[in-house]
Design a protein around this ligand. Structure first.
Ligand code: ZN
Length: 225
């Protein structure tokens, strides 16, 4: 269920049934010449939707407000927002989603610049220290598949594979053919190593584990309610 599409009564009912909200958080950032700028948010969004199908709950619209993007290296069409803004946005979002009645809040970070993640982690701490009651998880999706070799990359083998699986018509590997230098791609060469099948495998692992994690958080939340 997408939050922006719901009627007030529909939100009310879903919060009673499954008080879970998923926030897919990415950036508007160069992702090689073969992937769209919104890849981080779109990837996180697709994973959140898949998980929500199994746990219930509501998916918030994807956010494209990223800190520590490739803008600092001069990559075009990339938007860089300040650390303070990202932190404040996360904090105000957590507080308001809590006030609405969500008991479990998952921020799935498709963009994982270290300082960007730190800003969000700080917001979670501040939210809790100010009396926030919801169970909060704010992590990049790869934490659920590190044992499969996925430790987060940038438009390389893994991100390309995941995106390929969800959005096959939006991946343009052909734009990389014959290039000597892959611009803004960090990790294993997607021309050699990325595939839709790999994307499917790793997404299934991530989704299964996130579903389990959320079920646990829900149990925890019902104890403290
Ligand atoms: Zn990315």
């Amino acid at each position: 269920m997408l939050m922006e599409n719901l009627l007030p009564k529909e939100i009310e009912d879903e919060i009673k049934r499954h008080p879970i909200v998923y926030v897919p958080w990415g950036a508007m950032e160069w992702h090689g010449e073969h992937l769209p700028l919104g890849q981080d948010a779109l990837k996180a969004f697709a994973i959140c939707c898949r998980v929500a199908e199994r746990t219930g709950g509501i998916v918030f619209p994807p956010l494209y407000i990223g800190h520590q993007t490739l803008k600092v290296y001069g990559f075009p069409y990339t938007l860089e927002f300040s650390r303070g803004l990202v932190k404040k946005l996360a904090l105000e979002l957590l507080q308001q989603l809590d006030a609405i009645g969500f008991k479990v809040i998952v921020i799935l970070c498709g963009h994982y610049g270290k300082k960007h993640l730190e800003a969000i982690e700080e917001a979670v701490k501040e939210y809790k220290s100010k009396g926030g009651r919801a169970q909060v998880l704010a992590v990049p999706e790869y934490v659920f598949a590190e044992d499969k070799g996925y430790k987060g990359d940038h438009a390389a083998k893994w991100e390309t594979s995941i995106f390929w699986y969800f959005y096959p018509s939006m991946v343009h590997i052909e734009r990389l053919i014959g290039k000597e230098e892959l611009k803004g791609i960090y990790g294993d060469d997607p021309r050699k190593y990325a595939s839709r099948d790999l994307g499917e495998i790793v997404v299934n692992v991530i989704v299964d584990r996130l579903v389990e994690k959320v079920k646990g958080m829900l149990k925890e939340a019902s104890k403290t309610a």
